[in-house]
Write a protein that binds this ligand. Structure first.
Ligand code: GLC
Length: 560
């Protein structure tokens, strides 16, 4: 037990739950805080829980329902906290368990729910169990909690199979045994500092159910499950064979991703969660080949939501968007789960940059692009997302229209994928640059002590301060959109849209009294005026029952 455990606040029935609608999550807007980069309370250049706590009123005023925090647990930070060394402790760089407790209480008092990240696919190589497994050597029971295997080749010098790490290079690392000889290999689908747990071992399941209870007792309202598609590996860890792993990823069920066995884990977890009051939820980070396979994660006795990465990966193209919306709603309806829309997160190029990329580039390619076009499309895409039935996630800074930072110097980069080369392009740091709060001042109000990644010189103009009260600013657009969503039950609710006739390149749909029109073309398009304009991401002009919807613009109408 670390010292922090003993400092843990008593399991707390005392944390009051958020009063609210049952099933709040079905149409909730949930804001992702990346704690390193949100707000720095102690001026050390790194965001922290105190920083988040003091900015909660901003999030309440923005109009979101809940906050998901990326990991803040004790971690050597080999993968920005997704390498957890103690699942029940807060890393000192982010604060203490008492800070977590204060954050949860303050959030609840403001009517905001808190969702924390859970990283069950792998631990840090500094986690107690892994250190013991290394120390106790081959054949010891502690090795069974991970995937240790002898190597292939004459002297075991080759990895046990042909799997590659998502961050590039082999998914296996050979260890030096306690007697100093080169020994077994262990599996890590991500960085070598992130050994994969063996979920066949009952101790792993027991440990994670206990971790769930720890945070549920702390009063959290839910969990985002990291690599939710990865915990179970195909029996025998079969080779992929003669395939380019990268081209298979996301397109096929892999021997290490989206195996049916993961669902047994979620059924067990659901039983734990349902013992607690307060309508708490699980959301899966599951990169599956299709939305139909994603729907498996949100069957009634499993998880509540799963990010729709097919939607995230869709280009700014009306036909493609319509197809993915239809397919998603058709896939979710039979399992009774809401669609969960998302455009940006800490792993992909911010959508204000991505939508300026030429079609065909993936979600992780960052080009300088045309910023004006990117931002226009991003604002339109957000209004489209927020008009669809279901829940939506907003990544910190997108409400400011932040672009990705495409020119970070090599020496400041921290993304492990950058250092391992061939896998993902390793530029995730570009969407993780600390966000600007004020026009001027050290790190634009992020904190008093600079910022762990340098912010571009023009970010003062994109700050919360600069955009607040500024008509037409992206921040005011988000505030207005979320206010409309709160007022009107017809956005977010339901499980279907009624498509309206529209010219090529334009999406139009009705939901009750509400109509949404999104023009994805580069030209202004005449459309019928459907009633009163509730909100638009650009300037709409109307004359004689006709409205001109400018290029890359979304409009919300109310027929009443
Ligand atoms: C998830 C996280 C990502 C992390 C990876 C390994 O995809 O979102 O940031 O690198 O898992 O934990």
């Amino acid at each position: 037990m670390s010292q922090q455990h003993s400092a843990a606040p008593a399991p707390n029935s005392a944390v009051s739950a958020v009063e609210g609608r049952p099933d709040w999550w079905r149409d909730a807007v949930i804001y992702q805080v990346y704690p390193r980069s949100f707000a720095d309370g102690n001026g050390d250049g790194m965001g922290d829980l105190e920083g988040v706590r003091t900015r909660l009123p901003y999030l309440r005023d923005l109009g979101v329902d809940a906050v998901w925090l990326s990991p803040f647990y004790a971690s050597p930070q080999a993968d920005a906290g997704y390498d957890v060394a103690d699942y029940r402790a807060v890393d000192p760089m982010f604060g203490t368990l008492l800070d977590a407790d204060a954050l949860i209480r303050d959030a609840h008092a403001l009517g905001l729910r808190i969702i924390v990240d859970l990283v069950p696919n792998h631990s840090s190589d500094q986690y107690e169990w892994f250190k013991r497994a290394l120390a106790e050597g081959p054949g010891s029971p502690s090795r069974d909690r991970y995937h240790f295997r002898p190597g292939k080749g004459k002297n075991g010098e080759l990895p046990p199979n042909d799997w590659e790490s998502i961050f590039g290079g082999p998914a296996w690392t050979r260890v030096t045994e306690p007697d100093g000889t080169p020994g077994e290999w262990y599996l890590h689908l991500f960085a070598p500092e992130q050994p994969d747990f063996n979920w066949e071992h009952p101790a792993v399941g027991d440990e994670f159910r206990s971790i769930l209870r720890f945070w549920l007792d702390m009063g959290v309202d839910g969990f985002r499950i990291d690599v939710a598609h990865g915990m179970v590996k195909a029996e025998g860890l079969p080779d992929l064979g003669d395939h380019e792993q990268l081209t298979l990823l996301g397109n096929d069920v892999m021997p290490f991703f989206d195996q049916d066995g993961v669902h047994d884990i979620y059924r067990e977890w659901r039983l734990v969660l349902d013992e607690y009051s307060g309508d708490r939820i699980f959301v899966a980070e599951a990169w599956t080949p299709t939305v139909e396979r994603t729907a498996n994660y949100v069957r009634p006795d499993e998880l509540h939501q799963a990010f729709n990465f097919q939607y995230l990966a869709t280009h700014w193209d009306a036909a493609e968007l319509r197809t993915v919306v239809n397919r998603t709603l058709d896939a979710m309806r039979p399992v009774g789960a809401p669609a969960t829309w998302v455009l940006s997160n800490h792993d992909v190029t911010r959508h204000a940059t991505r939508f300026a990329n030429p079609a065909g580039l993936g979600t992780q390619i960052r080009l300088a692009g045309d910023r004006e076009v990117g931002l226009r499309r991003a604002r339109a895409a957000t209004l489209l997302m927020l008009a669809l039935p279901g829940s939506a996630y907003v990544y910190q800074g997108e409400e400011l229209g932040l672009p990705d930072v495409v020119d970070l110097p090599d020496e400041v980069r921290q993304d492990p994928a950058y250092f391992r080369g061939a896998g993902q392009d390793g530029f995730r740091d570009g969407c993780r640059v600390p966000i600007p709060w004020t026009r001027t001042g050290p790190s634009y109000g992020f904190g008093d002590g600079g910022s762990w990644l340098p912010q571009p010189a023009d970010w003062g103009g994109l700050s919360v301060e600069a955009q607040t009260g500024e008509p037409g600013s992206t921040l005011e657009l988000y505030r207005a959109a979320l206010a409309v969503r709160r007022e009107r039950a017809d956005l977010g609710a339901g499980d279907a849209v009624e498509w309206l006739r529209a010219p090529e390149g334009v999406l139009a749909f009705r939901r009750g009294e509400f109509v949404c029109v999104a023009n994805t073309t580069g030209e202004s398009v005449p459309m019928p005026a459907y009633g009163r304009v509730l909100l638009a991401s650009g300037e709409i002009t109307e004359a004689a029952g006709e409205a001109k919807v400018p290029a890359d613009t979304t409009v919300w109408w109310s027929a009443s």
